[in-house]
Write a protein that binds this ligand. Structure first.
Ligand SMILES: Cc1cc2nc3c(=O)[nH]c(=O)nc-3n(C[C@H](O)[C@H](O)[C@H](O)COP(=O)(O)OP(=O)(O)OC[C@H]3O[C@@H](n4cnc5c(N)ncnc54)[C@H](O)[C@@H]3O)c2cc1C
Length: 374
């Protein structure tokens, strides 16, 4: 598109970086505003939730607490992420080897209840496959004490920190302006207000992708009525360095009290997550959460005994009351929020859906179109 449009994006988290990356490749002039001091993660509970995320891309497993539409967007994202990461510098880690649901012997009842909720999967999604002990041993020999296991074929994972940094780096190379230390207080069609400035910044189109920051602005009376109520749902993770841990795919332990997952990452790392607490506390990880997450993980992967705790991290998932994402589109303004615990799973497909809703499908010619929009 010759000359392109001027685009203002409020928020440099997952949605903001992905939008900026797409828009600059389409030849638009993009400026991204964010209160962070730079593009790097701080792991202090204040920045983008996207850096804290485990990066599981689990359309089927998420049906435990999500609608079939979320699963459908997830499936679509799973076709887009490989193309996105392959085009980024130093191709961030992405894998699609399926994921495992596992349960201790006494927890078959809890596991069966979860599996019954996965029955609502869209028909194009392959169903869970029950694994014999021998099949499980072959897939993940380091798992122990597990009596029941299912493979969810086709599920994937991505490495959030390196993907976020690569999106930023490539967008920077393509001329995106990153306005750090900037709080956007309010957005309207074609303009946004940065705290401390008297005049609005004007653009052809603006995007409100501030995650929890949109709620904080709304609390100060700065947001329009278009966005349903937002709340933060606290999540905590433990990042372990565990040479020789042997895990090759994400594993979820089904348990009546804990929902614990282990996500292997490059460089011998395993992320154990995540608590889900109705609290907007952004403070450090609690002793209870750390103990529960790591004991559950160690109970099924004894090879973690000597793992080193590299980081305990906490952040807030931006959630609407119904746990569904929201898209508001009007001429000159798009707001996307409420990605809750599925942000990485949803982001590429949800951006595509939002741009189609806004009638801006030409905005991102770099990715192949979903046939449902043609
Ligand atoms: C513990 C945990 C585990 C998770 N695991 C997964 C997972 O395995 N798979 C998955 O799919 N999802 C996961 N998620 C969810 C995912 O991280 C979120 O859904 C996603 O990050 C939301 O993206 P976002 O861009 O809306 O918000 P964010 O990533 O939070 O980004 C919002 C950005 O807006 C900026 N901002 C705030 N206020 C302002 C302002 N006033 N002006 C301008 N900018 C502002 C922030 O600084 C931030 O950079 C997890 C989340 C948590 C907390």
């Amino acid at each position: 598109m010759a000359g392109g449009l001027s685009i203002g994006i409020a928020g440099a988290g997952l949605l903001g970086r992905l939008l900026a990356w797409q828009a600059c490749q389409a030849g638009h002039q993009v400026t991204v505003f964010d209160p962070a001091v730079d593009a790097q993660p701080r792991y202090d509970g204040q920045g983008a939730a996207a850096f804290t995320a485990a990066g599981m891309l689990s359309p089927l497993a998420e049906l435990d607490c999500a609608t079939p539409q979320i699963a459908r967007w997830g499936l679509r994202s799973l076709t887009l992420w490989p193309q996105i990461v392959a085009s980024l510098p130093q191709a961030p880690f992405f894998a699609q080897k399926g994921s495992l649901l596992v349960a201790h012997r006494s927890d078959l009842g809890a596991a069966t209840r979860v599996l019954s909720r996965l029955d609502h999967a869209p028909p194009e999604m392959p169903p869970p496959e029950a694994l014999t002990p021998a099949a499980l041993r072959e897939l993940e020999p380091e798992l122990h004490g597990v009596a029941h296991a299912w493979l969810l074929p086709g599920e994937g994972q991505i490495d959030p920190p390196s993907t976020l940094l690569a999106l930023h780096a490539q967008a920077l190379q393509h001329g995106v302006q990153w306005a750090w230390s900037c709080h956007v207080q309010q957005l309207e069609a074609g303009q946004l207000w940065v705290a401390g400035e008297t005049q609005p910044r004007r653009f052809d189109r603006v995007f409100d992708v501030r995650g929890m920051g949109a709620r904080e602005a709304a609390a100060k009376g700065h947001s329009g009525p278009q966005m349903p109520a937002l709340r933060g749902v606290r999540g905590e993770t433990a990042w372990l360095h565990a040479p020789g841990h042997g895990l090759t795919r994400p594993v979820r332990l089904l348990h009546p009290r804990h929902r614990v997952y282990l996500v292997p990452r490059p460089h011998d790392m395993v992320v154990v997550g995540a608590s889900e607490i109705e609290s907007e506390d952004r403070g450090p990880v609690s002793l209870r959460s750390a103990l529960e997450l790591m004991s559950a993980a160690y109970s099924i992967v004894p090879a973690l005994a000597e793992a080193r705790i590299i980081r305990l991290d906490a952040n807030l998932r931006p959630a609407h009351p119904d746990h569904e994402p929201s898209v508001h589109a009007e001429p000159g303004l798009v707001r996307i929020n409420g990605l809750f615990r599925h942000g990485w799973l949803l982001a590429p497909a949800l951006i595509e859906a939002a741009l189609n809703q806004a009638g801006w499908a030409e905005f991102t010619p770099s990715l192949p179109k979903d046939p449902v929009y043609s």
